[in-house]
Write a protein that binds this ligand. Structure first.
Ligand code: BG6
Length: 460
């Protein structure tokens, strides 16, 4: 084998409650922001497929768990849906929801899969949506209460917790780029929401420390390295640095170091969008840093200095223009560039600038439209492109580990095809295919068989 990984390296996959479970009005679950939005604007969702059934993990979790294990998955991260566990703004616990997650966790353990749990994967309960979501400070404290319930109920069996998945997506996509609810473009609100989400995460860390649980608490951040067109040009470098502040360091620094980068605070001040911060908030953030980091990596960002004056509402586009590097590789289904060396650069950044804290790749993967085209005569999706994609990324991860990076695992998005928000089932990511028009029938793809070998051999 050319690439052997450290002993105990985690091989697994990630999904989330709202993208996999379905059963959206069963077991006492209340509506979430996605149910709420789909009811109002179903036309926004690819093929009109909404969040009600998704991949039906709610009913079929035993089969999924067995088949994931057959595909070599030995650790699985999903999220506990707030809307399944807490019924209302008062924090009333839904015991049926708790029982569901007990069963899922126990089933994973019984099948040799390490359960890793995230507490927020873009799924606010409707009762908080109606009160302004994370614009409202009350939501922040309610999240911390929900987190405390989870630590108390499941903390005896979960070693790896995370507070939020891709927290920056909440302000970025809900309050700037309009692909999540409430789909507005308002930089001031985005900044406030971003701050509240960080505060909620830090408060959840505080609850975790109080709970006495023996596991570890982290956060999952989508680190999107920004490369500039001409590193010798100060203006290009500046454009890239600003994007790094907005999209990466806005959550990475407070979560790992307990403080915001000064340059970010200055930028928000200059734009007149500094969030309201109550006395004591920054102290909470300072005292409650994480134990480990999950990194979702899909694609890089490309930036050069603007060549024209930006007109329009305040957006990150004010500070840069994108460029296309020569020889750029693309995943055309998703419209994302494929650039494997970034994974090495991320590892180096964590090592050099963030104390080499323990981290893992919590998501990396390739969503492809029309996978039916690649089915062989037995109905197996022969997804060689996915196998190549994983290998090419792992080579760079391996190099980083050899050079001392403290990376302890690789999770693929996703072990099985799942619902991609407004893209619904357009792009498929799984090692296992899910036929959503045939009772969510689950079949192994070629990548599933390959991943099993990878995981069994701890390398390739
Ligand atoms: C990550 C998210 O951003 O990427 C997942 O954590 C998401 O929830 C995944 O599904 C893939 O992106 P998309 O938009 O194709 O579903």
């Amino acid at each position: 084998m050319d690439y052997v990984f450290p002993n105990g390296f985690l091989w697994g996959g990630a999904s989330s409650g709202p993208q996999s479970e379905g059963g959206s009005n069963e077991g006492g679950r209340v509506k979430s922001e996605w149910d709420y939005w789909f009811e109002r604007e179903p036309e926004r969702f690819f093929d009109g497929v909404g969040p009600a059934v998704t991949s039906d993990f709610y009913h079929k979790y035993k089969e999924y768990i067995q088949k994931m294990r057959q595909a070599g998955v030995t650790s699985y991260r999903t999220s506990i849906q707030w809307s399944r566990v807490i019924k209302d703004c008062e924090g009333t616990v839904n015991e049926e929801g708790v029982a569901f997650y007990h069963d899922v966790i126990n089933e994973m353990i019984a099948n040799g899969i390490e359960p890793m749990m995230c507490l927020h994967h873009f799924d606010l309960p409707e009762y908080w949506v109606k009160k302004g979501g994370f614009e409202n400070r009350e939501t922040v404290f309610a999240f911390a209460k929900f987190a405390a319930v989870c630590f108390e109920r499941f903390g005896d069996r979960i070693t790896y917790w995370t507070t939020f998945n891709e927290p920056v997506i909440i302000p970025e996509t809900g309050y700037l780029y309009q692909r999540h609810y409430p789909a507005v473009c308002d930089a001031k609100k985005a900044a406030q929401v971003g701050f509240h989400v960080q505060l909620a995460s830090s408060l959840a860390v505080e609850e975790f420390r109080k709970s006495g649980c023996s596991g570890k608490i982290g956060i999952i951040i989508n680190l999107t390295p920004t490369y500039c067109e001409n590193p010798d040009k100060a203006e290009d470098r500046k454009a890239a640095d600003i994007l790094d502040l907005i999209f990466n360091r806005s959550f990475l620094d407070p979560s790992v170091k307990g403080e915001y980068p000064e340059e970010l605070t200055e930028l928000l001040k200059e734009e007149g969008i500094l969030p309201e911060i109550a006395e004591g908030d920054l102290d909470i953030i300072r005292k409650n840093t994480i134990d480990y980091l999950g990194v979702n990596y899909y694609h890089p960002r490309r930036a050069k200095a603007r060549t024209s004056v930006y007109e329009g509402p305040l957006m990150p586009e004010k500070y840069y223009e994108p460029y296309t590097p020569s020889g750029q590789k693309m995943n055309t289904s998703r419209g994302w560039e494929i650039y494997e060396p970034a994974i090495y650069d991320i590892a180096k950044n964590i090592k050099e600038n963030y104390g080499n804290l323990p981290w893992y790749i919590s998501e990396n993967g390739m969503g492809i439209q029309g996978e039916e085209e690649y089915m062989d005569e037995n109905g197996v999706v022969t997804d060689d492109y996915r196998i190549e994609f994983i290998k090419d990324h792992l080579k760079y991860l391996h190099k980083a580990i050899e050079e001392g990076s403290n990376c302890f695992g690789y999770h693929l998005w996703a072990p099985f095809d799942c619902w991609s928000w407004i893209n619904a089932y357009k792009n498929r990511y799984g090692l296992l295919r899910v036929d959503i028009y045939d009772n969510c029938k689950i079949t192994m793809k070629k990548s599933g068989t390959w991943f099993k070998e990878l995981s069994d051999r701890n390398g390739f």
